[in-house]
Design a protein around this ligand. Structure first.
Ligand code: ADP
Ligand code: MG
Length: 660
């Protein structure tokens, strides 16, 4: 075997650290060849650059100058993902301080490199458990690192290094933190790996430890001081230990990657749940922000839509096929001056003769004092025509309504609104045929209206009493002019034309003076609906702001999370995670939090809104706001999770590993 066929070939390697102005050269012009199957110890005092060299060898770090050929290929020519693959498949790291993920069990720690290699879950678990069992940890599979001794933790990290069947084992002071017996066990394990054909490179400052290796390289101040030289590899390379370690073809890899994308996502969600469980209190706080945000969006929109629906229903109950004529010039408020005396009964008759008009109902109102038996009652009387029940879509519950004959005869008959009937005669009594004194004039009750309910502005429409127009005008109210004319139209599509015809007719009757105004219920409805929409949007915006605050909470927590788990990220990168894996992991964590928060928020929101509904608030449940709120929560997680995830994915692995 010639030197160019070396597994590892360092040519003139140097490494300079730069911290601002200060630059320290740690490795100087290093030349080193290591062949397949060697057992090498690199020895040197603390600070001589051993770990730096190890990071370079393991492709966790790049040399400042010089070339590193791995199996003849220049490592400098490899991209991030190719380097990740090398770390995953070719190298197995064993660290002095074990570098296990604290929140994961022994088995889960060992599984990590296989996750990134895309191995199936069951297969992975089986292999991890058999490796651990082989290392004498069969009883400790579910233990967390904190429940294991140093020696046991180091064996877990050895199992992890072996997980992907790495050909090169890099051990940085693997016995440094162990008692002498555990240290001996670990060294025996390494010797055994070597005898199985692995290339083992061990770093130590201890001559005793170094003596276990076949080849000793001594370092001082970043230079190689002595090299005992390569010894012939014991035994010929076996077929399962080929010159060029098996590295599956790139195409095969891509297929595997596609196939494992789904499995990846499932794995990422499981990891996220584990990480979130590891810090329950923080997770709950984060959730709270999202839950409150989502719940308030759901409640606010349900209330807003409910209010809108209620107003629309009330207005619709007045009838949308109505034109309302009132005295006074257009766009003025009604006042007490003479301008309100402009609408006459003749106007109602003219209106009733127009095309497309079913009925024109004149109304004249005033206050009156009623008396029946010993009961006095103040209410509003409305003098009107027989068409009122039709135009106002307001049936008579008992008896009959006023008719033309009553009007012609100036009859003293009346029809009671349900509130008036209840107040004068008591609820449930039958007032038909009874007499009521209206301003001391006796009127006979001929009918009782069906209850109509409140107007959009909350007035009780049933607190009224109807009399014939002529009777009311002459005997009760003492005026000739009307307070309004309600015009019921037939074909709604012709509403505008009919409104204009009505205007022209009235203009003519009023000698060209527009001292009346015509309002269209349909357009009024539109206006009100618009106003209510604005109200709903306003409520929604307030809720959205709280969701935004929740999102910022997620980002905050995730940033803390990344900072706190820097070392874990370093470990994952050292065991072969790609940038994409790290990015994905932290985004998935943010998404899982937001999704759980979103679901809880929707549930709380619906329960809260239902509670409000039972208390009498108008609520309208629709799928839209619920999906919107949940979608927003999810998007919040994605947007606010990206920054921390990006930060995590771009950490320098060497720096991340040395974080505490
Ligand atoms: P060893 O593992 O042999 O103890 P290291 O390779 O860890 O030595 O470190 C060699 C030298 O490089 C030390 O003097 C150390 O302070 C320095 N060093 C290591 N890492 C950095 C860094 N990121 N920035 C600056 N100096 C560093
Ligand atoms: Mg070191």
């Amino acid at each position: 075997m010639t030197m160019t066929e070396a597994l590892i070939d360092l040519q003139g390697i140097s490494r300079t650290y730069r911290n601002g102005e200060l630059s320290t050269t740690v490795l100087h012009d290093l030349n080193l060849q290591i062949r397949q199957g060697e057992f090498v110890a690199i020895m040197g005092a603390s600070g001589s650059g051993k770990s730096t060299l190890m990071h370079l060898l393991g492709c966790l770090d790049r040399p400042t100058t010089g070339r590193y050929l791995l199996r003849g290929q220049d490592v400098a020519s490899l991209g991030r993902d190719d380097l990740a693959r090398l770390r995953r498949e070719t190298f197995g790291f064993i660290f002095q301080s074990y570098h296990l993920i604290a929140s994961a069990s022994a088995t889960e720690n060992v599984e990590v490199p296989a996750i990134y290699a895309g191995l199936q879950r069951l297969e992975r678990r089986e292999r991890a458990e058999s490796l651990l069992t082989g290392l004498g940890l069969g009883e400790r599979l579910r233990n967390k690192p904190s429940q294991l001794s140093g020696g046991q933790q180091q064996r877990v990290s050895i199992a992890r290094a072996l997980m992907n069947d790495a050909q090169i084992i890099l051990a940085d002071e693997p016995t440094g933190a162990l008692d002498s017996q555990s240290g001996k066990d670990v060294l025996a394990l390494l010797a055994q790996l070597h005898s199985q054909g692995k290339t083992v490179i061990i770093i130590t400052h201890d001559a005793e430890v170094a003596s276990h290796a076949q080849r000793l390289i001594e370092m001082r101040d970043g230079r190689i001081l002595r090299d005992s030289g390569a010894v012939p590899v014991a035994g010929a390379p076996s077929p399962d230990n080929p010159e060029n370690a098996p590295s599956p073809a790139a195409g095969e890899h891509r297929e595997q990657a596609v196939a494992s994308t789904l499995a990846d996502a499932g794995e990422a969600v499981r990891m996220a749940l584990r990480a979130l469980r590891a810090n329950v209190f923080r997770t709950v706080l984060t959730l709270l922000g999202i839950v409150i945000g989502v719940a308030s969006v759901v409640v606010m929109l349900a209330v807003g839509n409910g209010a809108r629906q209620e107003v629309i229903e009330r207005i619709s109950s007045l009838g949308t096929n109505l034109l309302l004529v009132r005295p006074g010039a257009p766009n003025t408020r009604r006042s007490q001056d003479g301008s309100t005396n402009t609408l006459m009964p003749l106007d109602a008759e003219l209106a009733g003769q127009l095309d497309n008009v079913i009925a024109a109902v004149p109304e004249m109102s005033g206050r009156a004092t009623l008396r029946a038996g010993n009961t006095d009652y103040q209410t509003q009387i409305t003098a009107t025509s027989p068409a009122l029940p039709l135009a106002r879509d307001w049936p008579v519950a008992r008896g009959v309504f006023l008719d033309e004959e009553d009007n012609r005869r100036y009859a003293a008959v009346t029809v009671l609104g349900s509130t008036v009937a209840d107040n004068l005669f008591g609820a449930g009594a039958d007032p038909l045929g009874e007499y009521v004194l209206i301003n001391n004039v006796p009127f006979q009750v001929i009918g009782v209206m069906a209850p109509k309910g409140a107007t959009p502005w909350g007035a009780d429409q049933d607190d009224v009493l109807f009399v014939p127009l002529n009777t009311g005008s002459l005997r009760l109210i003492g005026q000739r002019h009307l307070n309004s004319i309600t015009v019921m139209i037939d074909d709604l599509t012709q509403a505008e034309a009919t409104q204009e015809a009505l205007r022209q007719t009235l203009l003519q009757a009023h000698g060209g003076v527009e001292d009346f105004q015509i309002r269209n219920m349909a357009s009024l409805l539109e206006n009100v609906a618009d106003t209510q929409n604005t109200f709903t949007v306003l409520l929604g915006s307030i809720a959205a702001i709280s969701l935004l605050v929740g999102g910022i909470g997620v980002m905050n927590i995730m940033l803390v999370n990344v900072t706190e788990r820097t070392r874990e990220i370093g470990i994952r990168v050292a065991t072969g995670a790609r940038t994409r894996h790290i990015l994905q992991q932290f985004i998935v964590e943010a998404l899982v939090v937001s999704a759980i928060g979103g679901l809880l928020g929707v549930a709380f929101g619906l329960v809260f809104a239902a509670g409000l509904q039972t208390l009498g608030t108008a609520i309208e449940f629709t799928a839209g706001p619920v999906l919107l709120a949940f979608g927003c929560a999810f998007a919040t997680g994605l947007i606010f999770g990206y920054m921390p995830a990006h930060k995590a994915a771009n950490l320098d692995p060497v720096v991340a590993l040395s974080a505490d």
